[in-house]
Design a protein around this ligand. Sequence first.
Ligand SMILES: [Zn+2]
Length: 259
Amino acid sequence: MKVNELESARMIDTHCHLASVDFEPDLATILRSASILKIAIISSSTEKDEWDVNLGIAKKYDFVFASAGLNPEKWTETKFAEQWIRKHSDEIVSIGEVGLDHYGVRDHKERELQKGAFIDMIHLSKELGLPIQVHSRSAGRAALEVLEKENATLVHMHAFDGKSSLARMASNDLGYYFSIPTSVVRSPQKQKLVKAVNIERLLIETDSPVLAPERGMRNTPLNLPLVIREVAQILRMDDDELQTIILENTLRLYTRIHC
Ligand SMILES: [Zn+2]
């Protein structure tokens, strides 16, 4: 049964993880509240155990959309991920999250293997015409270089932690989208990012259950309005005006989502 309660979304959480075990106890309650608040959700995944669970949630709730991806450190499973994505390409709205993670990986060879898997996923996203949600922890510049070299076009950089000058360039010159996470309320780096990204390329996300407004707490998509409020304050804009622009941006990139 499809839970159809969302007539039209006010805002879209473009990146979170509803298949996380952290949501097991109360997912139905959270999603009931999300539908009341008119928050639509793109639920991302990072490993094979999550793909089917995530897709199941998206099939049950008509305001939840699935994205299938692979943690960069699980590059050995790339072929398996590609098979799953091809099989379910009509049921997902994007590929992701995929990308590079240099945070804990110092080894050059290991980084090259991540890069190879990332390139395979970029090619798949182009072949299928699906946007790609990019994870680039401590690898912002490296990820942008790979995307540009591979001529990726439908690009969504999530929780970008690189230099804001790079985000300015990528959003203006390459048309890449950047989602601002809930942690913007406490992160000077994310606040700087808001000012750098071309407003036509701004998206919002929670990355829940992580990146909560309060460090270490569980995050949920219900915190998404806090992002609008904070970003509107930073840009000195009216909340409603900003919300409309960001919703339009999201639907421009995610053409499979109809609200
Ligand atoms: Zn994530």
